[in-house]
Design a protein around this ligand. Structure first.
Ligand code: SF4
Length: 456
């Protein structure tokens, strides 16, 4: 995951608060850390910290930063632990100027490239793949002296997913990898400020208008000379946008590559109802991610929609609880059943995905204990059988319940009366595009993945 945001003001306005609010709107993409880097005529100033945007940036910090262009990042760790030094943006200084980078995605061969760079004298301050990109860019800049050529050269060397925002020599630069794994869009406001955001919801919050998505393989450079776009990678690259952005990760009010995420989720629920119908008294989502698909499912079958489980949104991390009783309390703290809605009913639960299966099992248990006569589970995505190597934190293949268990075995493990998943065809139909990464549900990866495991 991770969220990135960039802002450039042609009118010379200070953009720090715009970045701050943009990151606030992208908070769902990462809660472990946040950072902002701004430039005001050459030097780059930054501030970053662990925690939520609201925790990292006090009013004093925001008021202390000034710049007419800048970038920001909210972090969710896949490569590198939850440490301050792993927070972004990364700043690398060179004789050709300073460069700041914020990255969303995952680079499969970063460990190999890092070893190479270390041998050449590059010193790293973090354990992330994003810093490898920053160092590679500086290395190429020193060789070519040209930022676009450097981005092109780096893109030839890195394998994986990368949407980037870069600050370099008073330019704001946006890059989306040639396969377009992660979303990235460009917008503007009426005061001639331009923005780059992981999702369009980041533009909405600052009253910006979505211009369009950054195309896969596109580099957009914004500076005082105007806006230029360039192309990196092969024209013929097969675009592979992450399907899970539509199913779960992105905010439902975002539009990704011209497609409204809310409409997709609703349609996935409708298709799921046609593919995996069920007799029941109520349809209920597993909050919050199952809500929109559950509405679609309920309307398609004409079964009433109820929110039978209530999520406590204010629960932070729970302690590691030693006794079963305390573990049960922790689960109920997060999710509580509405007993009168559930008692004696045949409940059809809708969830967006099942990863390990442990959470689903606990939720089913809660619904049963609340008095459900039957519990049926429907899932608005196909079975996850392979891990993601492109920036989504997933367990190993062995830990994915659907990688080794049959449908019936999963049903018995979850203790549900029936279980049904959306088909892969239903998924692509619901999203309305074929050029998707489906690796975690098919096991067919759109890039070489062998480099992930070599030279470890
Ligand atoms: S493997 Fe799955 S989660 Fe990862 S990018 Fe592809 S579709 Fe998204």
């Amino acid at each position: 995951m991770c969220g990135i945001f960039g802002a450039y003001s042609f009118s010379g306005e200070d953009v720090v608060k715009k970045i701050y609010y943009g990151l606030y709107a992208l908070q769902h993409r990462g809660q472990e850390g946040a950072g902002i880097a701004v430039s005001n005529g050459g030097s780059i100033y930054s501030y970053k910290g662990l925690g939520l945007v609201s925790e990292v940036f006090s009013k004093k910090v925001i008021n202390s930063l000034r710049g007419q262009l800048g970038i920001g990042h909210v972090r969710y760790s896949t490569t590198g632990g939850t440490l301050l030094e792993n927070c972004q943006p990364f700043i690398v200084n060179s004789s050709l100027g300073n460069l700041a980078v914020a990255h969303n995605g995952d680079i499969l061969n970063s460990h190999i490239l890092r070893k190479e760079l270390e041998k050449q004298g590059h010193i790293f301050t973090s354990s992330t793949d994003s810093e490898v990109i920053a160092h590679l860019l500086v290395k190429e800049l020193l060789r070519t002296g040209d930022i676009i050529q450097s981005i092109e050269e780096v893109s030839k060397r890195i394998i994986g997913a990368y949407s980037l925002v870069i600050l370099y020599n008073n330019s704001l630069i946006a890059v989306r990898d040639p396969l377009g794994f992660k979303p990235l869009c460009i917008g503007r406001d009426e005061r001639d400020n331009y923005y780059i955001s992981s999702e369009s919801c980041g533009l909405d919050v600052i009253n910006g208008e979505l211009i369009r998505d950054v195309y896969p393989g596109e580099v957009i450079v914004i500076n005082r000379d105007g806006i230029e776009t360039y192309r990196i990678g092969e024209e013929a690259s097969k675009v592979s946008t992450c399907m899970f952005e539509y199913v779960y990760f992105a905010r439902p009010d975002s539009i990704i590559d011209g497609i409204c995420v809310y409409n997709v989720r609703r349609k996935l629920g409708e298709i799921l109802a046609r593919e995996e119908p069920c007799e029941g008294d109520i349809v209920s989502p597993v909050p919050d991610s199952g809500v929109i698909s559950a509405i679609g499912y309920s309307e398609e079958l004409g079964i009433p929609y109820y929110e039978a489980l209530v999520k406590n949104k204010y629960v932070g991390r729970t302690f590691i609880l030693p006794s079963q009783e305390e573990r049960d309390i922790a689960v109920r703290l997060k999710l509580n059943p509405v007993k009168p809605v559930i008692e004696g009913k045949r409940v059809i639960l809708i969830d967006d995905s099942i990863v390990r299966g442990t959470t689903s099992k606990r939720i089913v248990d809660i619904v049963r204990k609340a008095g459900a006569r039957e519990v049926h589970l429907r899932v608005s995505s196909p079975r996850i059988i392979s891990p993601c190597y492109y920036g989504i934190d997933m367990p190993t293949k062995e830990e994915l319940i659907a990688s080794s268990k049959s449908l019936e075995e999963i049903r018995r493990y979850l203790n549900v009366d029936s279980l049904g998943y959306l088909s892969i065809q239903g998924l692509t139909e619901g999203i309305g595009r074929e050029d998707l990464c489906l690796a975690c549900v098919t096991g067919e990866y759109p890039t070489d993945i062998s480099c992930k495991f070599c030279c470890r």
